[in-house]
Design a protein around this ligand. Sequence first.
Ligand SMILES: [Zn+2]
Length: 427
Amino acid sequence: MQLIDRDLLKVYQLSSGRVFFQDVDDSSKVKEADSLTQVRDFIADRCRARQARKLARLQVQVDLAKRSAFTLLLFDLSSLYAILSTIAMSLSAMFDFARKDVEVGESAPKELLLEKHADYIHAYEQKKDSYEYIMAEFLRMSGVYWCLTAMDLAKSLDRMNRADILQFIKESQTESGGFAASQGHDPHLLHTLCAVQILVMFDAVDEVSSDRIVEYVKARQNEDGSFGGDEWNEIDTRFSLCAVACLKLLNRLDAIDIPKATAYVLSCQNFDGGFGTRPGSESHSGQIYCCLGTLAILGELHRIDADRIGWWLCERQCASGGLNGRPEKLPDVCYSWWVLASLAIIGRLHWIDKVSMKRFILACQDDETGGFADRPGDMPDPFHTVFGLAGLSLLGEERLKPVNPVFCMPEDRLAPASIRVQLLNSR
Ligand SMILES: [Zn+2]
């Protein structure tokens, strides 16, 4: 708190969770953040930068000190403090004491508040004139998928308006065959996958033209096997998963060049076992999930070193039980899904501490409104709600439907179409 008091002049949080703040170094500007945690990270980074400047000053002083032992007197107290903290930081990094983490308080929820979550999602979809709902138009298709999957996992899908949603899906299909976030927006593979997932969940694939969807997905594949997200061809391994998942759900994998798609994903694997967005990009849990999911759908999982990647994934667990997305990041409920699902795909889900993991996810519930937040005490949203529930389902929560680790959909929605993917055996 001392740190916040010293660096932060003003902070204001909207009901949507967005935060506006002013800090001492640049008090004329109002900055914006997604959450209070992000503000705290910003301030912490500022303090680290300040510390680095102190160390640079110190280096100059050390050089001077070499000329005479007496010049040691030049060290001021803050510089000595900097030396001690540097030594402490190196030691703590060595023993993993300094990992960023959050506290799970004693008063945090410990039971699954399932009915409250169903009420939260149901109410979210009803409030079509709320600020949050209107501002989320650019990701409406994803939002509908998150809400429906959360409700389906909670065995409450029948509370959602099937006819209205299918109408929305049909209106969002564009000339190209791909789907947009909502009517009037451009199509994208991300929204196309969500639309197909929703159609499968409602057993309504026949209500749209599958051939046109397949054409759109096929046209996104590049010569090197990668996929562009849309006509502007931004390349990312996320889009490889979107493409192959779409086609698998439509039973049309034959439409793309599978060996090239596989080779491209494998070319994004790093020395640490993880995967990035493109060849040479930093390993990231979300990207690992996408690459493992792609390989699982294509039946090529045997081409990776599962132990090495499993080790990297397990290293994501913090003392609080939560999982982060990559080193030096805070734990976050959505990573419960990306990491746990990845471990489930490679048969190593038992490599993490499930008890503390479950405690962390449950602590992220809002016991007043329902819904899950990214971290304990933050504002809930549908995105973290579906991934919190899906993570608990993977951990064996019996009040939820079993979830498929590749598609993030209830298994019982995939069974009728015999949609199966390769998963590695436990070891
Ligand atoms: Zn998150």
